[in-house]
Design a protein. Structure first.
Length: 298
């Protein structure tokens, strides 16, 4: 069926629902509280009360989810920290060390090999393309994963009850494609994407980029941003040889269909503010904090 056909979202497989996946609902509320009140440096007790947990319970849950405590997360990814990060030129890890986080252990990153559809393929709006999709629990809510026979083509996030909205958003990018619900095809991607122990350069994740030539160039530049670092839109524009196109770069980041893997969450405004994320600013902060936890994992 194509994107115009009435859709019912995939049923989320019970085996996908893990404690770490369900943690995100509580963590999301804690991050929202941090984001609103970061200037006041809310205590663990205040955060716990806001999310309906005990301080000890929230400390354990948050640390298990992110690899760092709520306090360390607060220090690492508030807006003021992001501005210091850019102003000082420090990567996130080094800045985190300054605020008392543990030292680096084994570094992880998501090794990706990619190709782009031809401009002609893109202009057909997906005609003749079969895209298989499925919904999976992830550290950042429900992940809608879309794959072709050439690799991962789409990854978006949504909260429970928003599955149809997420599908409409993603399928609207390639409305002439044929969409097939196939959890068997998408599950291996979900298993690899969100498990840092499987991020290996000798077994790269295959990604296919479906966009304009300009968008693909921006997405390729995003792939070159290391884990734990960030780039401004203007720096990305310079990276692709278009120094005056920072606004267009920002739009291309917003149109990125492969969130997390193509790390548009590592793109920041010139001021250092964590602005402009298609799947929500809270989720952007959550991903950056989760990555900081991976860097400090031994």
């Amino acid at each position: 069926m194509n994107a115009q056909t009435q859709m019912k979202p995939s049923a989320i497989l019970e085996k996908d629902i893990t404690p770490s996946g369900n943690d995100y609902e509580v963590v999301r509320k804690a991050i929202e509280k941090i984001s609103l009140d970061y200037r006041d440096q809310p205590s663990l007790e205040a955060l716990a009360e806001a999310v309906g947990e005990t301080p000890t319970g929230l400390q354990k849950l948050f640390t298990r989810w992110a690899g760092l405590s709520p306090k360390a997360f607060l220090q690492a990814v508030t807006l003021d920290h992001a501005r210091r990060l850019l102003d000082s030129g420090l990567p996130l890890l080094e800045a985190s060390l300054e605020v008392g986080m543990s030292g680096p252990g084994r570094l992880h990153d998501l090794f990706v090999t990619h190709e782009a559809m031809s401009p002609g393929d893109y202009k057909t709006r997906g005609a003749g393309l079969t895209i298989r999709y499925g919904y999976h629990i992830s550290p950042f809510g429900i992940a809608l994963i879309m794959v072709t026979d050439r690799g991962l083509a789409g990854l978006s996030f949504n909260d429970p009850g928003e599955e149809q909205v997420a599908f409409a958003d993603m399928s609207g990018r390639w409305p002439n494609a044929n969409y097939v619900e196939d959890m068997g095809a998408t599950q291996p991607y979900a298993a690899r994407i969100f498990d840092p122990t499987r991020w290996r350069n000798d077994q790269p994740l295959r990604v296919v980029m479906i966009g304009t030539d300009f968008q693909v160039r921006v997405w390729e530049a995003l792939l070159r941003i290391p884990l734990g670092q960030a780039r401004t839109y203007s720096a990305l524009a310079a990276d692709i040889g278009e120094p005056k196109a920072s606004r267009a770069v920002g739009a291309a980041c917003g149109a990125n269909p492969i969130s997390f893997v193509v790390p548009c969450h590592r793109a920041l405004a010139k001021s250092g503010a964590l602005t402009g994320y298609h799947w929500g600013l809270t989720r952007k902060r959550a991903i950056l904090g989760w990555e900081a936890g991976q860097l400090t994992a031994g």
